[in-house]
Design a protein around this ligand. Structure first.
Ligand code: GLU
Length: 489
């Protein structure tokens, strides 16, 4: 049964701009987007750039570009604005300061002056005593005057949350009831100073101030959830609902990483994956509407999307499956659209320039379409149309024939094709010319060497189709070169 969703639904993707848009973040964004659209809700992009050392504008730009390319749209965000902004955490420092000060004043948070060495010693002591390590809480007992003196004296400190000891539980929409003994968490750091709040604090504050109804994020954040709930309680906020998505694993079942190939969304774009293919693939990574279909548009998925039917187990990223989706969506494109999409790949490697006849490119694409798994495949598949193919002479010899026979059949093909009119060098004309050769030498001994002479490949589109695109002059030249090779060797 589908869960009843309280209105209004407001969800967010909250990327940290410390790297390029990752496949995992894109899937989380997609699930938030689908959930918002399904429930007539609001989808928000919030940039979590409090880590000033690692956050960079170019990563934020990459994230926005990647989400846009994937086909997602959002209602509020750093670029679109909205009435809950600003949507970059670096621009919300005053809000965090107010709430940090409120916790400090009410003795629900405190300055901690312990050095790295102190913390290490405390940890070692606890481990040696058989106690699970956590912060000892010792700075929580400092007198107010002492704290003030140390701060004025410039003693380095952080701000820790005073974790109340209790059993905390929450219902995760995907995982079910999760119970935590907060005793194990200890007093955790929520800010480096009132000016420098950290993730758990800013997320807890913003989820309230932005009226987030559901926090849908990766399972790697489950351990942060109790901390955020405690902060929200201390500030008198309402905790949102939580849904933690299973992770995306590589084929070796370890967490998806660079080792498994591209992890950045725009790398997939640049390799020639179509956004509709990647979106379809990512949406089905851990969720399925429950029927036999595989191909869905974002609209179709959002109409059926339901958080409670997300798989509880981790999803494996299978690149062959993605290629299969991509090949499908490539085949759905018109030749004109595909030509526009493929041209940049051909120009980049210099196969095509402004003087190249795009009609020729379009014909090549129509011919190779079914072989494209990704747009960049057009380069290796079409190279031979633009430059003389390279191959070993013995490749011209059909396996059920011999060099002498093939030399004769190829010479006969040369004669038959040379006799055709260049202006009517059509598939039909080429085929009937070659039919005369087939009558004498048989299909294999005729077509095989023509294919190799024209393409240099043992698997390619049909030689007749290739010949039509190449045109008479080029065909004659290539077949002649093949005949010469056979006669010399
Ligand atoms: N900034 C966090 C991240 O990029 C967001 C986690 C969350 O959704 O709360 O992982």
């Amino acid at each position: 049964m589908e869960a009843v969703i309280p209105k209004p639904v407001r969800v967010r993707i909250a990327p940290s701009p410390t790297g390029f848009l990752h496949v995992g973040t894109a899937r989380t964004a997609l699930f938030n987007f689908l959930f918002a659209r399904k429930n007539g809700g609001v989808f928000i992009v919030r940039i979590e750039d409090t880590d000033t050392g690692r956050s960079e504008k170019r990563f934020e730009d990459n994230i926005i570009e990647g989400l846009t390319w994937l086909g997602l749209t959002w209602d509020e965000g750093p670029d679109t604005g909205g009435s809950y902004g600003p949507y970059r955490q670096s621009e919300r420092k005053d809000l965090y300061r107010t709430h940090l000060e409120s916790l400090l004043e009410r003795n629900l948070a405190y300055h901690c002056f312990c050095t790295k060495e102190d913390l290490e010693a405390q940890k070692n002591y606890m481990i040696a005593s058989g106690i699970p390590p956590k912060y000892s809480g010792q700075c929580g007992a400092l007198e107010k005057d002492d704290v003030a003196r140390r701060i004025t004296g410039g003693v380095p400190s952080v701000i820790r949350f005073k974790t109340p000891t209790r059993k905390l539980s929450f219902i995760d929409v995907i995982k079910g009831k999760i119970e935590v003994d907060t005793e194990l968490i200890g007093d955790f750091t929520i800010a480096k100073s009132v000016e420098e709040p950290l993730y758990n604090f800013t997320a807890a504050v913003d989820d309230e101030l932005m009226e987030i109804s559901h926090v849908i994020r990766g399972e790697d954040h489950i351990s942060n959830t109790p901390k955020q709930i405690l902060i929200q309680e201390a500030l008198g906020f309402h905790a949102p609902s939580y849904a933690h998505l299973p992770l995306i694993l590589g084929p070796d079942k370890s967490k998806l990483s660079k080792r498994h190939g591209a992890t950045s969304i725009l790398e997939y774009r640049d390799e020639g994956y179509l956004p509709e293919a990647l979106a379809n693939f990512l949406a089905l990574l851990g969720w399925h509407p429950g029927d036999e279909r595989e191909f869905y548009s974002l609209e179709e998925i959002s109409a059926q999307f339901d958080l409670s039917t997300i798989n509880k187990s981790n999803a494996v990223f299978n690149i062959q499956k993605l290629d299969w989706f991509n090949a499908h969506y490539i085949r759905q494109k018109s030749d004109d659209d595909l030509c526009v999409l493929c041209l940049p790949y051909l120009t980049k490697v210099g196969l095509v320039d402004a003087s190249t006849d795009t009609e020729k490119v379009k014909k090549i694409i129509a011919l190779e379409k079914d072989r494209l798994k990704k747009l960049s495949d057009i380069v290796p598949l079409s190279e031979f149309f633009f430059s003389l193919p390279e191959y070993e002479t013995e490749m011209l010899v059909w396996k059920k024939s011999d060099a002498a026979t093939v030399a004769k059949s190829l010479a006969a093909s040369y004669e038959a094709l040379a006799a055709l009119n260049a202006a009517s060098f059509t598939k039909e004309a080429i085929k009937s010319a070659l039919d005369t050769v087939v009558t004498e030498f048989g299909t294999g001994a005729t077509y095989w060497p023509v294919r190799v002479a024209l393409s240099g490949k043992d698997a390619s589109p049909g030689p007749v189709e290739i010949a039509e695109i190449l045109g008479k002059e080029e065909v004659i030249k290539r077949i002649h070169a093949g005949v010469t090779r056979l006669n010399i060797e």
